[in-house]
Write a protein that binds this ligand. Structure first.
Ligand SMILES: [Zn+2]
Length: 252
């Protein structure tokens, strides 16, 4: 019995240590700013106001009436799924990403692009009914809180896993290609397992968000959640001499 308690104790210590290690790995925005207050990325306006950088998460939402400019994604997609749409800049970048993947022998498929407030509302309600609110919200954003409403996020998968949106995507060669190359085309992997404390979501290797190549490369090399990156950019912007922004409200 003593042995069992000892074993449980050791396990708890190990788990706590692993948890702390994951937490410790994340630098704060202040630490990043102290290390590099002027990163080599385009920062032409307050990042909170930049339509391509705007942060959407469980705390920061979009109005129900917000609809971005959209264009059809003329790209391979999951069989049975209707043609998806995204913002033109993202559609173009995703097209280049798919083309580069194909040149490397990698075939990706679009599963879900832009989603309206109304679509997100019904998806979310269904998941809450199936799993309960707390569990559902680890994988499904409430309406107004989804990056898909921005038209800048897309879910991609591949035939070998029947285009499922599952963590196993990261083990496929298609998922590994996306992980390795998506930043070159301006996309970041938004939700990683070790960032759940910050993002509020479980790992989603299939969900990529467009922020432009320069920012995507920096976020990826810093290996930090976008929340911390935006806090870091705000510090960089605020430290610059500029005229104050009056009556500022987020205009994604
Ligand atoms: Zn997604």
């Amino acid at each position: 019995m003593k042995r069992v308690y000892c074993l449980i104790g050791c396990l708890l210590i190990l788990l706590t240590a692993a948890h702390c290690a994951a937490d410790e790995k994340l630098p704060t925005a202040e630490e990043l700013f102290a290390q590099n207050p002027a990163p080599d990325v385009p920062l032409t306006c307050d990042p909170r106001m930049d339509p391509l950088l705007v942060l959407v998460n469980k705390e920061v939402g979009l109005p129900s009436a917000y609809i971005p400019e959209l264009t059809d994604l003329n790209l391979p997609h999951k069989p049975g799924v209707a043609t998806q749409q995204m913002r033109p800049v993202t559609a173009e970048a995703l097209g280049r990403l798919f083309k580069a993947a194909e040149a490397d022998g990698i075939k990706l498929g679009v599963v879900s692009g832009y989603r309206s407030y109304g679509t997100q509302k019904s998806i979310h309600a269904k998941k809450v009914a199936q799993r309960g609110k707390a569990t559902a919200e680890l994988t499904s954003a409430p309406p107004g809180k989804s990056e898909h409403q921005l038209g800048l996020a897309v879910d991609v998968s591949c035939a070998s896993i029947n285009y499922r949106l599952n963590a196993i995507f990261s083990k496929t060669e298609e998922g590994q290609w996306v992980e390795e190359h998506c930043a070159e085309y301006g996309f970041i992997i938004r939700y990683r397992a070790e960032w759940q404390r910050v993002t509020g979501y479980k790992v989603e290797p299939w969900h990529i968000r467009y922020v432009g190549p320069e920012h995507a490369r920096l976020v990826t090399s810093l290996n930090i959640p976008y929340e911390i990156y935006m806090d870091y950019l705000k510090l960089c912007w605020d430290s610059r001499p500029h005229l104050p922004v009056s009556g500022s409200t987020a205009q994604p």
